[in-house]
Design a binder for this molecule. Structure first.
Ligand code: SAM
Ligand code: SF4
Length: 344
C-alpha cells in the first residue's frame, strides 16, 4: 500500500518553501516600491527641492517585478503593499497591480498613497480586489497640511477619494506622522474625522531615518493622553486587519479605530514579517539597515529562478534581529535611507 499523502506532501513542500530568518521569523509580507518619485515633499521624507530621481531605466520594470513576485509568492509571501514615492506617479501602476493580484498565492494587495492621484482609479482598484488603501493625511487644516507636504495643496481633494474607496468596499486607513509644531494640535480633529467616518486612524511614530532625523516627533504616550482626554478610554482590540505592527484601540460608540505604530518606543522587531523592495530593485531585509541584495543585476544578467531564490533566502537569513534606531549613525541620513526610495 502506498504511503503517499498528497495533502501532507504539499503542506511539507509549502513549509520548506517558507522564508524563515535566523531568528525564526517567517517572512510573508513584501513592501514593494514602484517609484522614488512623488508630487509631495513631506518634511520627514523628501528634501525640499526634491531628490535626484532614479533614471527610468534603473527602475525595476513591471515584467521584472512580476517575475520576482511570482517567485516570492512561491516562497510564502502572500501580502503585498504597493508603495513609493507616490505609487500612482508611475505610469501603468494600476495595470501592474491587476497583474500582481492574479499571481497564484498573492492573497492580499494593499496600497499606501497620499491619495492625490487616486480619484480616477478607485473603482478599478476595487474591481482588481485591492483590499485596503492607507492614505497619508497629516492634517485637516489646509495650512498645516501644506506645510508638512510642502505643496500648495490642502487635504480637501483627498477626502472624497476616501469616501469613494470605502463605498467601493476598500478598507480605508489614515496614516498620520505626528510632528512637533506642524500637526501636534491637529490630532483630536483627525481622530474625530476618522472615527465619525468609520476609518482606521494610525499614528505612525516618526522614525529617525533619512529626513526623519531632521524633525521632532510626538511620543505615543502623549498622543494617547490627548485622545483619551477628548474621547474617553481607548479599548485595545485585535480585530482590525493589517499586515503587522499596529496596536489598535476602539472608542466607545464608533466603528473606526485608533492605532499606534511605534517602531521606536515600542520595538516590534520580534514580530517582524516583512521585507522591502526599493524602486531600484534592492531587497532590503530591514528598514534601518543596508543588509539586503541587489536583485536587478540578477534579473538583467539572466539568472534563473533558483539563483534568485538563493539570493532571497540569503537576504532573509541575514535580516538583522532588530533595527538600530537608538543608535543613529550619521550615514543613516544618506541617499540609501531616504524614505521615498524605500517606500516606508
Ligand atoms: N507616498 C505614499 C504615502 O505617503 O503614503 C507612500 C510612500 S511613504 C514613504 C509610506 C509611508 O512612510 C507614509 O505613511 C509616510 O508617512 C511614512 N514615512 C515616511 N518617512 C517617515 C519617517 N521618517 N518616519 C515615519 N514614517 C515615515
Ligand atoms: Fe511623498 Fe509619501 Fe514621502 Fe510624502 S511620505 S514625500 S507623500 S513619498
Amino acid at each position: 500500500m502506498s504511503t503517499h499523502d498528497p495533502d501532507r506532501d504539499n503542506a511539507s513542500l509549502r513549509a520548506e518553501a517558507k522564508l524563515i530568518d535566523a531568528y525564526g521569523r517567517t517572512i510573508n509580507y513584501l513592501r514593494l516600491s514602484l517609484t522614488d518619485r512623488c508630487n509631495f515633499r513631506c518634511v520627514y521624507c523628501m528634501p525640499p527641492d526634491g531628490a535626484p530621481y532614479m533614471p527610468h531605466r534603473e527602475l525595476t520594470t513591471y515584467e521584472e517585478l512580476l517575475r520576482l513576485c511570482r517567485i516570492m509568492s512561491g516562497l510564502g509571501i502572500y501580502r503585498f503593499k504597493i508603495t513609493g514615492g507616490e505609487p500612482l506617479c508611475r505610469k501603468g501602476a494600476v495595470a501592474f497591480i491587476r497583474r500582481l493580484k492574479r499571481i497564484p498565492g498573492v492573497d492580499r494587495v494593499t496600497l499606501t498613497s497620499n491619495g492625490t492621484l487616486l480619484a480616477p482609479y478607485v473603482e478599478e482598484l476595487a474591481d482588481i480586489g485591492v483590499s485596503g488603501i492607507n492614505f497619508s493625511l497629516n492634517s485637516l487644516n489646509p495650512e498645516h497640511y501644506a506645510a508638512v507636504s510642502r505643496t500648495r495643496a490642502g487635504p480637501e481633494p483627498v477626502l472624497p477619494v476616501m469616501v469613494a474607496a470605502a463605498k467601493a468596499g476598500i478598507t480605508v486607513k489614515i496614516n498620520v506622522v505626528p510632528l512637533r509644531t506642524y500637526n501636534d494640535d491637529d490630532l483630536p480633529d483627525l481622530t474625530r474625522f476618522a472615527l465619525e467616518n468609520g476609518y482606521h486612524l494610525r499614528f505612525i511614530e516618526l522614525m529617525p531615518v533619512g529626513l526623519g532625523m531632521t524633525c521632532t516627533g510626538v511620543p505615543p504616550h502623549e498622543i494617547r493622553a490627548v485622545i483619551e482626554r477628548d474621547f474617553g478610554p481607548l479599548t485595545a482590540v485585535d480585530d482590525v486587519t493589517g499586515n503587522g505592527p499596529a496596536e489598535y484601540f476602539r472608542v466607545s460608540g464608533y466603528t473606526g479605530s485608533v492605532g499606534f505604530i511605534s517602531a521606536v518606543s515600542n520595538m516590534f522587531c520580534r514580530q517582524c514579517n516583512r521585507i522591502r523592495l526599493t524602486s531600484g530593485g534592492f531587497l532590503k531585509s530591514c528598514l534601518h539597515s543596508d543588509v539586503g541584495v541587489e536583485l536587478k543585476p540578477l534579473l538583467r544578467g539572466g539568472a534563473n529562478d533558483a539563483a534568485i531564490i538563493a539570493a532571497l533566502r540569503k537576504a532573509v537569513r541575514e535580516k538583522p534581529q532588530t533595527h538600530a534606531f537608538g543608535n543613529v549613525a550619521p550615514e543613516n541620513s544618506g541617499q540609501r535611507f531616504l524614505m521615498h526610495g524605500i517606500g516606508g
